[in-house]
Design a protein. Structure first.
Length: 440
């Protein structure tokens, strides 16, 4: 529809019609920006480079500054209670710095609150006695300071609600753009967990005003599952369950109506071979990201894979709109644009490069030359011509674009390695034989 006029003039009825249309179009366009779980698809984005090697617990994004905050549980040698590490990352997953919260508990969730140039963290923290045993726990708020370690007694820590019973605890998480903070409360005194989520205004909590906006009690079906990720977007609460990623279940809940809106139940985070590295896959951090400029919403989820000591913290997006394109762009930035091998894993053939002298081969990669192909290179070591095929390695470049080249003889009876350096101007060193001793 286009704006219309009668007799060259716009009358009041036409104006009303046009304004109604524009408002309707605006609402429809806004709907396209919302996260639609029923039509969302999972997309692998990239790995998060976290501060330590343990499993991720939660993620939260400072949407205005484009930084990710992620937690990992950590237990110091000799400690009886857990601590956790907060890593601050760029939005494309690169580590900036990290902070340790000593006796902070598991780091299940944290909340973010930016005040001017300072980021404040909301989290649970434990108080321990001289023997390292838990005495009580608190909801706390403290400034994020990379490269530091804090505990409940640090001067920067502000304590709020106390939770003296170790079997009744809470985990805070925030929806900063809407000024909200949520608390997952869990009671295990009966032996089985019973949980509910409260939503409050962040300003009320800071003012120590008791005012619960919404409360959602887990049904028994949820209490019987392993909770993993939690995040809030206005009235929409998102929860993920599943001890392993094969049992992944995602709920969207309208906390104002206390109703489950949608459920996604499907394995998440598998590789292209339909498996998990080292047969380990666990869903963890969850955050509903809203682009501060476009308003597009994307649900981010971390799936941890691979063996202990070399965990991969893989960031996935559940997307139903073009908002995910922003993250796909970040993923492209991290792509290795120089292919070290062919797509089938085999070396590049030396004949495909077009070089007639090895000194001109300065693109990093793994190459292979058959005997006759090696013989045809003008600067191939003359004493090694006519012997065998050779693997040719070209290193990454130095600050002046110089490289080193290494030749490995393809022979089980007489293998050998030879190397030299090649400057950016093409000047070369002598070929040097790497001598070795047979080992068993």
């Amino acid at each position: 529809m286009s704006l219309k006029a009668v007799g060259g003039e716009i009358n009041s009825q036409v104006l009303n019609d046009n304004f109604s249309y524009l408002e309707s179009s605006k609402m429809n366009h806004h709907g396209l920006k919302e996260f639609d779980m029923a039509n969302a698809q999972q997309v692998y984005l990239y790995d998060l480079n976290l501060g330590i090697g343990t499993v991720n617990q939660t993620i939260s994004v400072d949407e205005n500054v484009n930084e990710i905050y992620a937690t990992q549980a950590y237990t110091f040698s000799g400690d009886k209670e857990e601590s956790f590490v907060i890593s601050r990352l760029t939005l494309n997953g690169n580590l900036l710095d990290s902070m340790t919260v000593r006796f902070g508990g598991h780091g299940t969730t944290i909340g973010l609150e930016r005040v001017g140039g300072t980021m404040y963290i909301w989290s649970n923290m434990l108080k321990v006695d001289s023997n390292g045993n838990q005495v009580t726990q608190y909801l706390t708020r403290y400034p994020y300071r990379g490269g530091t370690e804090i505990n409940i007694n640090s001067s920067s820590v502000e304590k709020f609600t106390e939770f003296p019973n170790s079997k009744i605890y809470m985990s805070p998480f925030t929806d900063s753009k809407n000024g909200l903070i949520a608390f997952r409360h869990t009671n295990t005194t009966s032996g089985s967990p019973v949980s509910y989520v409260e939503v409050r205004k962040l300003s009320d909590v800071k003012a120590r005003i008791e005012n619960v906006l919404y409360r959602y009690d887990y049904p028994s079906s949820m209490n019987n599952q392993v909770i993993q990720g939690m995040c809030l977007d206005g009235n929409n609460l998102y929860l993920t369950f599943g001890q392993v990623a094969n049992d992944f279940t995602l709920y969207q809940i309208d906390v104002s109506k206390k109703q489950i809106v949608d459920v996604f139940q499907n394995p998440v985070g598998k590789s292209g071979t339909n498996s998990y590295e080292e047969d380990f896959g666990e869903p963890e951090g969850l955050f509903l990201y809203t682009d501060p400029y476009t308003g597009y919403k994307t649900l981010l989820c971390v799936v941890v894979t691979d063996a202990t000591g070399r965990r991969r913290q893989k960031l996935f997006a559940f997307s139903s709109n073009v908002g995910v394109d922003k993250f796909i762009g970040y993923a492209a930035e991290r792509t290795q644009n120089i292919k070290l091998t062919r797509d089938d894993g085999k070396c590049h053939r030396i004949t495909s490069t077009g070089v007639t002298a090895l000194k001109d081969l300065r693109v990093p990669g793994l190459y292979y030359a058959a005997t006759n192909e090696a013989d045809a290179l003008s600067d191939f070591p003359s004493s090694r011509k006519g012997l065998a095929g050779w693997w040719i390695t070209v290193s990454g470049k130095d600050t002046d674009s110089g490289v080193y080249q290494e030749l490995t003889r393809n022979s089980r009876a007489t293998p050998e390695r030879i190397f030299r350096t090649v400057g950016s101007d093409g000047a070369v060193s002598d070929w040097i034989l790497i001598s070795g001793t047979v080992i068993v």
